[in-house]
Design a binder for this molecule. Structure first.
Ligand code: 5AD
Length: 477
């Protein structure tokens, strides 16, 4: 755990990074957080949902100006029926480019529409964040993609948000090319220490590692390993409430098995290292890869994600919109994605996934693979999860497909099997046992035989584009 003195020293530097940092007063921020009602606290809402086996709906949303952002969130709450609300942060803020965000705010005022792809919370500052949180009668979370998110955390938590997405691995490897992993892990330890400090003072802030990573054919064991490491790193700094995430793959048995094992394995490792008091919930992200441009078809993809969410009994689901192929959705399109999801969640509420041989096989496989990776990370770390993670990426013991980061090996090649489950054609340096690798090989070989072609890179490419073209498995027609 980061010690108090060095945390407070660092805090001075962080709050000095932009003038609005000066409005953060730690004790006053605590008092403000204490005044937030339980119904609007993220962690309380999540644990209630878990107890009642309810799946909560959450969109992504953010625009440049405060009043329009409030209007947008109100619309998604009232017309879309969102249970949990986001504030998606713009790209300039994600890269700590506050001068450019300021320009974006001015341009947006001039043009009368949002010229940023999210809400620039650092520029707007503590008071504006409080105005947003106070205007919405639901829990609010900061969603972003920021490698160094320390100042953003200080401002938004003082500003009344009760949940914060991201992590030192999951907001680096998929988002940046040149950011050293040890640096971002350290910066996120600061964020977790801040959340831990709130917790020590009785304020529970939910933390959510970003599950889907690059969103492109990620084998569950890879995203599970990252989620577990980030949970351990957070727990070490005193975080008490964590939501682990997973991006829908498209094969129902694999997706249901993934959500089930994600919770079990995260709890298992937290327990193993003495953090059994941390509350764990789960989030399923509706398909994060390419979408069909046809809105009617996009609703089909959204509905299938909603079905996976409902049947896996995940705590919450992050919802896509029919505008996904075009970019940031209008508020109407965003609400329609929510209502499509609502219909499925409510319709499937009474049903659960039948326990079949296929489901059990997926559960066993994901557990075996994730434990192999985790054992190797723990060994490499020699007592430090942060060192273990950095060394694991260096050695390719964890390897994220299609990531831009040069601190990621990029050697593994994922591909779908004949049922559309995500497997590996090339394991890179993943520390998997022979038997496990043979299962992947056999399943991929069966698909290849069925398609009358050799497994290879073309198959991977076909799979990346398959859903946007109306299939799950990229079989040539
Ligand atoms: N509002 C709504 N959705 C957003 N996304 C990114 N920024 C915003 C925003 N400001 C969505 C993209 C994609 C996902 C990764 O985030 O449309 O679905």
């Amino acid at each position: 755990m980061i010690d108090f003195d060095s945390f407070f020293d660092e805090r001075k530097t962080v709050l000095g990074q932009w003038p609005t940092g000066q409005d953060v007063d730690a004790d006053e921020a605590l008092e403000y957080q204490e005044s937030i009602s339980e119904e609007k606290r993220f962690s309380t809402r999540l644990s209630k949902a878990d107890k009642e086996s309810e799946t909560l709906l959450q969109p992504r949303a953010g625009v440049a100006l405060v009043e329009s952002h409030i209007e947008l969130l109100k619309f998604l709450h009232e017309e879309g029926g969102a249970d949990l609300l986001p504030t998606t942060i713009d790209s300039y803020t994600r890269h700590n480019k506050y001068d450019e965000a300021a320009l974006g705010i001015r341009e947006s005022e001039k043009e009368g529409r949002s010229m940023l792809n999210g809400f620039p919370a650092v520029n707007h500052g503590v008071e504006a964040c409080r105005r947003v949180c106070e205007s919405i009668d639901a829990p609010l979370q900061v969603r972003h993609g920021t490698p160094d998110a320390r100042l953003l955390a200080e401002i938004t938590l003082a500003g009344g948000f009760t949940s914060y997405e991201g992590g030192g691995i999951s907001y680096n490897i998929p988002y940046a090319k040149n950011n050293p992993l040890d640096r971002t892990i350290r910066d996120w330890q600061y964020v977790d220490r801040l959340v831990g400090w709130y917790a020590e003072n009785g304020i529970i802030i939910n933390r959510e590692p970003f599950g889907p990573l690059t969103g492109t054919l990620i084998p569950p064991c890879i995203s599970h390993a990252v989620a577990i490491i980030e949970s351990l790193l957070a727990a070490e700094q005193g975080v008490l409430d964590i939501t682990v995430g997973y991006g829908q793959g498209g094969n129902l048995a694999q997706d249901v098995a993934a959500i089930k094992t994600l919770r079990e394995l995260t709890e298992e490792y937290l327990q193993m290292f003495g953090y059994g008091d941390v509350a764990v919930s789960t989030v399923l992200h509706q398909w994060m890869g390419g979408f069909p441009p046809d809105e009617a078809k996009a609703y089909g993809v959204i509905a299938w994600g909603a079905a996976a969410a409902a049947l896996s009994k995940t705590t919450k689901v992050i919802v896509k919109s029919p505008h996904e192929a075009q970019g940031v959705p209008t508020k109407e399109a965003n609400a329609m994605g929510l209502r499509t999801t609502r219909q499925l969640i409510d319709m499937l509420r009474e049903q659960s996934m039948p326990v079949t041989h296929q489901l059990e096989e997926e559960v066993d496989l994901i557990k075996r693979e994730t434990r192999s990776i985790m054992n190797a990370v723990i060994k490499l770390g020699e007592g430090s999860f942060a060192d273990g993670a950095a060394r694991a990426f260096e050695a390719g013991v964890i390897d994220v497909p299609f990531a831009p980061s040069r601190f990621n090996r990029g050697k593994i090649l994922p591909v779908r099997d004949g049922d559309g489950a995500i497997r590996m054609l090339d394991f890179g340096n993943l520390p998997l046992d022979q038997e496990t690798m043979q299962i992947h090989k056999d399943k991929i070989a069966r698909r290849a035989a069925g398609e009358g072609r050799e497994p290879g890179f073309q198959m991977v490419i076909d799979d990346i584009y398959a859903i946007s073209k109306g299939r799950l498995v990229g079989k040539p027609r």
